[in-house]
Write a protein that binds this ligand. Structure first.
Ligand SMILES: [Zn+2]
Length: 661
């Protein structure tokens, strides 16, 4: 997620400046034994999660398939639904109860969100999810089940424990909730436009929590920051809404021919075949009321999405609609579409380019990392600032230009991390926001010959400068604060963007550009993505994968960058000549003054000849904080400079350079 705010950039700058002042720059001297301690992993690989970082031979995960039937009353804003959940227990443990997530319950007074973040919103037990029936299919009959609701969680007791090894149970929940202007901590909501209201539905049905081999039930409540951790399954959902509204949803619309006005259906087919954006529903169509085939009553929109953790949808009579073909490898295609109100289509840099941004982002992520698996990718303009769901994003209706590109590529990027690669966002925000911000850097670089490059925004180098320099005050500010391993809701939210997004993404850039090089890093990251697609990796699975696929022990980096906020300060401390004779070469002494070790790049300039670059591996710091090497120079040195391209997060660049006299 990313909250879109007109004043985002200056705000973020102010926060960063504040962090700089608060930063604690006292020296923390380097300890080689601590930096390279051989004890990063507290557990060995096992049959579920291999030592090499892949899912092991006995890896299992449970499964939840959903059939959802919902109807929306646009006058009361009440959505009524029946959720039938086929739950499969693939563990070997019998389960006497099942935990579900009820994220709309942040509207209730007892939700932890309202205690930890007091607010002025109207709260009531009548808001959030209301249950008419909670049932379990038992011996062919639906029977009422016992359950407890605890804030945003439900514990549903099974009449008999669900045996493991593939045994199934069917649950049925008849529920309703009233959509708020901003619901579920701004993951759903509505806004009025002159042509009709835009309704965005996320977190709109009860979802089963993950039961895994690491913790069993994952029941961290929804507080507002940490987002998904759900089981994969197929979702079949039908939304009944007033005629005249368009519906878009994650997955694919199954009955478009039956529900859409013929003209729109024909335009939709054209758009599916076109590399350029095709207008499906124009401003004139909105004014003429062209939308559904039926002009009155209710229309039921049938969607399906396979192999997904969630689905979201949006409804409105105010949508302009356009789309274009997404080109994937081997001639395969998908479809990019955007819906937005007339007010979002006022100039060339507005939502009229949204489909182009979406198509380019999906093609880039597919080419670089893992092929987009869903038949459609959808972009909705509305009140939500920037929120991701599998294959569908809710982005702010007033965004345009570079910030709209950034929002769209970021939110659809979440379809890769953490929706295809199903990590636990609530516990490991770096695997979600950070991995996604990292892939966004390259998508932005690649888009339209760098039209919006480089990526510099509230997620990545908010001051607009060199990320290696901008991360320094962030790291200084969290010396007693959260690390990248801290769950999203267990830290002050002011740290989430600088840390989970920026520090993670920059850490991966360091790994890719400095430590491993693009070839080795990209192989490892693709391997991780492919092996853990539609599964539940833990942070150590990622760390192990990169170490194995790249063939390096990177414990020092995970420890310094992810488990701690260690700072970096490399210095040139001495330059001498062999036998005091500049023609015989130079002896250059470097020092690692702070806790974080890193490889070293040294640029040496001498009186004659071209500059020499010497690259030294991180292993020079395994034996201590000082390293002297011999450079094969032949004349007096003019200068010796560490990190001449400013790629490293150096807290003190003043000692990076030695200048001769
Ligand atoms: Zn995000």
């Amino acid at each position: 997620m990313r909250k879109y705010n007109y004043r985002q950039s200056p705000l973020v700058c102010l926060i960063t400046a504040g962090l700089l002042v608060a930063g604690n720059l006292h020296a923390q001297h380097y300890d080689a034994h601590a930096a390279f301690a051989p004890t990063l992993y507290t557990q060995n690989g096992n049959a579920f999660r291999s030592a090499g970082g892949d899912p092991g031979p006995d890896y299992w995960q449970n499964r939840a398939d959903y059939t959802l039937n919902a109807s929306f009353d646009s006058s009361s804003h009440i959505l009524k639904g029946i959720a039938e959940i086929d739950y499969t227990n693939n563990s070997s443990d019998p389960l006497p109860y099942i935990w579900l997530e009820l994220d709309q319950n942040t509207e209730k007074p007892d939700a932890l969100a309202n205690i930890l973040q007091p607010n002025n919103r109207k709260l009531s037990d009548k808001m959030g999810f209301q249950f008419a029936k909670v049932q379990v299919l038992q011996s062919g009959h639906w029977q009422d089940a016992q359950y407890k609701v605890l804030g945003t969680r439900m514990q549903l007791f099974l009449p008999v424990p669900l045996k493991g090894s593939g045994t199934k149970v069917q649950l049925r929940l008849d529920y309703s909730f009233e959509l708020q202007k901003s619901s579920a901590a701004d993951r759903a909501g509505y806004m009025q436009t002159p042509q009709g209201t835009i309704y965005e539905f996320g977190y709109w049905f009860p979802r089963v929590c993950v039961y895994d081999d690491v913790r069993g039930w994952n029941t961290l409540p929804f507080i507002g920051g940490g987002e998904f951790y759900f089981e994969y399954g197929d979702m079949d959902y039908t939304i009944t809404a007033p005629a005249g509204m368009l519906a878009v949803g994650g997955g694919t619309l199954v009955n478009g021919k039956d529900v859409l006005d013929n003209k729109l259906y024909d335009q939709l087919q054209k758009a599916r075949r076109s590399d350029k954006t095709v207008l499906i529903r124009s401003i004139q169509d909105i004014k003429s009321g062209i939308a559904t085939k039926e002009k009155s009553g209710q229309v039921s929109w049938h969607f399906q999405m396979k192999n997904t953790r969630d689905v979201a949808f949006a409804l409105s009579s105010a949508f302009i609609w356009d789309g274009a073909k997404i080109n994937l490898a081997g001639g395969k295609t998908s479809f990019a579409q955007s819906v937005y109100p007339i007010s979002s289509a006022q100039n060339d840099s507005s939502w009229v380019r949204a489909t182009e941004y979406l198509k380019a982002s999906v093609e880039d992520f597919s080419r670089r990392w893992f092929e987009y698996p869903y038949p459609e990718a959808t972009n909705v303009a509305g009140p939500i600032g920037g929120m991701e769901y599998p294959g569908i994003t809710f982005d702010h209706h007033a965004a345009s230009g570079k910030s709209l590109f950034m929002l769209i590529s970021h939110e659809i990027g979440h379809t890769w991390y953490p929706m295809i690669v199903g990590s636990d966002e609530r516990r490991a925000p770096f695997m979600d926001e950070g991995f996604n911000t990292f892939i966004d850097i390259y998508a932005q670089q690649d888009f339209n010959h760098g039209e919006f490059a480089p990526k510099r925004d509230g997620e990545y180098a908010p001051g607009g400068g060199n990320p290696a320099d901008e991360i320094v005050p962030v790291i200084a500010s969290v010396q007693n604060g959260p690390t990248l391993m801290t769950p999203a809701d267990w830290q002050d939210y002011k740290y989430v963007h600088p840390m989970s997004y920026f520090k993670t993404a920059f850490g991966l850039v360091l790994l890719r550009e400095v430590i491993l090089g693009p070839d080795r890093f990209d192989y490892a990251f693709r391997h991780y993505t492919a092996k853990w697609a539609y599964k539940h990796p833990m942070p150590t699975d990622f760390f192990r994968t990169v170490e194995n696929a790249a063939g390096e022990d990177l414990g020092w980096f995970w420890r310094g960058w992810f488990y701690n906020n260690w700072q970096l300060d490399q210095a040139v401390t001495d330059v001498a000549y062999v036998d005091d004779d500049p023609t015989k070469g130079a002896l250059i002494t470097l020092k690692n003054k702070e806790k974080l070790p890193m490889p070293v790049s040294v640029e040496i300039r001498q009186d004659g000849g071209a500059p020499i670059t010497v690259k030294l591996p991180v292993e020079i710091w395994q034996r201590g904080d000082s390293w002297t090497f011999r450079a094969n120079t032949t004349s007096k040195l003019k200068s010796v400079e560490i990190d001449p391209k400013a790629l490293l997060p150096e807290m003190d660049r003043s000692n990076n350079k030695w200048v001769g006299n």
